[in-house]
Design a protein around this ligand. Structure first.
Ligand code: GLN
Length: 493
């Protein structure tokens, strides 16, 4: 077995038993990146020398018996997390030259626990997208291939597409992502990975380039539920620098994976059963419910009546917050600048050249829904519907312990597909946005393959701050599914 094929849990044991060193493990990944990244474009920046320095420090800690939860584990970091001294682009021209003088809290937590950062992962520009096609630095190729059509280049999903492709192709053992409307769970589903969007407030947003502040959730990607639990444990925790960070204890997420589902009540929300749902996704969902029933859970039909307003609500609130957050990129304080005849001209040139089409579309929509005369009709109305969506979840969680749904309405699609019409692209997130609006935790776990041999994920949604149950349910699905298919493009293949 190659070092790059190990899970985080296996690598942790191997490092402690001195079967290999953190430098060996890091070199193996850097080598794989050298081979495959020119094709996949999963990393925008490879931090070769920093990674090796971190690996040497990890080996010293291991030798001294001072290993922590992630000592020596090589990760990819979504290029939305500010990393001190390492360029952070948010996938945008406007931040192309930006080298943060500070470290995000989540990445600082991972460093504290000994993780090694291989580099910064590609993403949709400012995390706006579902395909990684809006990155200013080019698309990412999904390492999975359709069985009959190995030439088609598929998207890894988005916006955390680089993170997902890197972990799937064995160019990292795990990765950070952010999920504002599905950007961890949908790429996890498209790339055959586990992705966890924790409860709002569980992982600090400090130092994460803001998209829509009330919806942005940092979280992990990994190849197993247990590995994602290990990462989540390190990423979580109260942060006084983020006013929305929750001051609640962080449980032992890894231990929670083994709890099982005996006696749990699992809800099936009828509104997620859309008419146009692909038969194989419906079948996989039923299969997942069967697995949970066999493991001792009780399956209960439930209703989340305001689900149908989720996307419309999201596409008012997210652009509104984005238009406000992105006002800071004016060519004066951060990143790129285009000189102009006067200050106004400088702003206009910088923003016109710095932002891509999708970002401009969001800023325009957001500015519109916040403008005098439309604020009440759109933004305020959306906030009220958001409260109803949250109430749906609060009500349903008095009856059940978790919900099971599909993660996405399709498997990975081709680069260039769904590009003509923004609305078609927005439909990717129909199953994922409600839990962002409500702030409840949700995970995607690989559960099977479609007829083309592409991965499909199931989504587990839980009560606020009950990631432990989400992980326990996900683990049962993972075991029952026995998902062991591999992407065509991967280190050593
Ligand atoms: N696809 C959604 C959007 O474009 C969600 C993106 C995300 O979660 N960052 O806004």
């Amino acid at each position: 077995m190659m070092l790059t094929d190990l899970t985080i849990a296996e690598a942790r044991d191997g490092l402690r038993a001195k079967r290999f060193s953190a430098v060996d493990l890091t070199m193996a990944h850097l080598h794989a990146i050298e081979q495959l990244n020119p094709r996949l474009n999963a990393y925008l920046t490879v931090s070769h020398s920093q990674a090796l320095a971190q690996a040497q420090a990890a080996d010293a800690a291991l030798a001294a018996g001072e290993a922590r939860a992630l000592t020596g584990i090589p990760l990819a970091i979504k290029d939305l997390f500010c990393t001190q001294g390492i360029r952070t682009t948010a996938g945008s021209r406007i931040l192309e030259p930006f080298v943060p003088p500070y470290e995000s809290t989540v990445t600082a937590n991972l460093k504290r626990d000994g993780a090694i950062f291989l580099g910064k992962a590609n993403l949709d520009e400012f995390a706006m997208g579902s395909s990684n096609m809006t990155s200013a630095f080019g698309p990412v190729e999904n390492p999975w291939k359709r069985r009959q059509d190995a030439n088609a280049v598929l998207v890894p999903g988005g916006s955390s597409g680089g993170s997902a492709a890197a972990v799937a192709a064995r160019l990292a053992m795990g990765a950070t992502g952010t999920d504002t409307g599905g950007s961890i769970r949908q790429p996890a589903s498209f790339c055959g990975l586990v992705g966890v969007k924790p409860t709002y407030g569980r992982c600090s947003r400090w130092g994460v380039v803001a998209f829509a502040s009330s919806l942005d959730h940092p979280g992990p990607f990994a190849r197993t539920v247990r590995d994602s639990a290990i990462l989540l444990g390190s990423m979580s925790g109260h942060d006084p620098k983020d006013s929305t960070s929750a001051n609640v204890p962080v449980p032992d997420f890894e231990a929670a994976c083994a709890r099982g589902v005996k006696g749990l009540r699992i809800g099936v929300p009828k509104e997620y059963r859309s008419d146009g749902m692909a038969a194989e996704i419906e079948a996989l969902w039923q299969q997942g419910l069967g697995w949970l029933r066999d493991a001792g859970a009780e399956i209960v039909d439930v209703s989340l009546p305001h689900t149908k307003y989720g996307l419309a609500t999201y596409y008012i609130i997210a652009p509104a917050e984005a238009s406000s957050n992105l006002a800071r990129y004016d060519g004066v304080r951060f990143g790129m600048r285009r000189e102009g005849q006067d200050l106004r001209d400088l702003y206009e040139r910088t923003r016109a050249e710095g932002f891509g089409a999708e970002v401009r579309r969001r800023v325009l929509i957001g500015t519109y829904v916040l403008s005098a005369g439309y604020y009440d009709a759109y933004y305020l109305r959306a906030q009220k519907v958001r409260a109803l969506i949250l109430r749906d979840f609060t009500d349903v969680f008095t009856q059940v312990d978790a919900l099971l749904t599909p993660t996405a309405p399709s498997a990975a699609f081709g680069q260039g597909e769904k590009m003509d019409d923004p609305i078609t692209m927005y439909l990717n997130d129909v199953f994922t946005v409600p839990s962002n609006l409500a702030g409840v935790p949700a995970a995607s776990v690989p559960a099977g393959l479609d007829t083309n041999g592409l991965p499909l994920g199931l989504q587990v949604i839980g009560r606020p701050f009950d990631e432990a149950t989400v992980l326990a349910v996900s683990s049962v699905i993972e075991q029952a599914a026995g998902f062991d298919a591999l992407p065509a493009i991967r280190a050593g293949a």
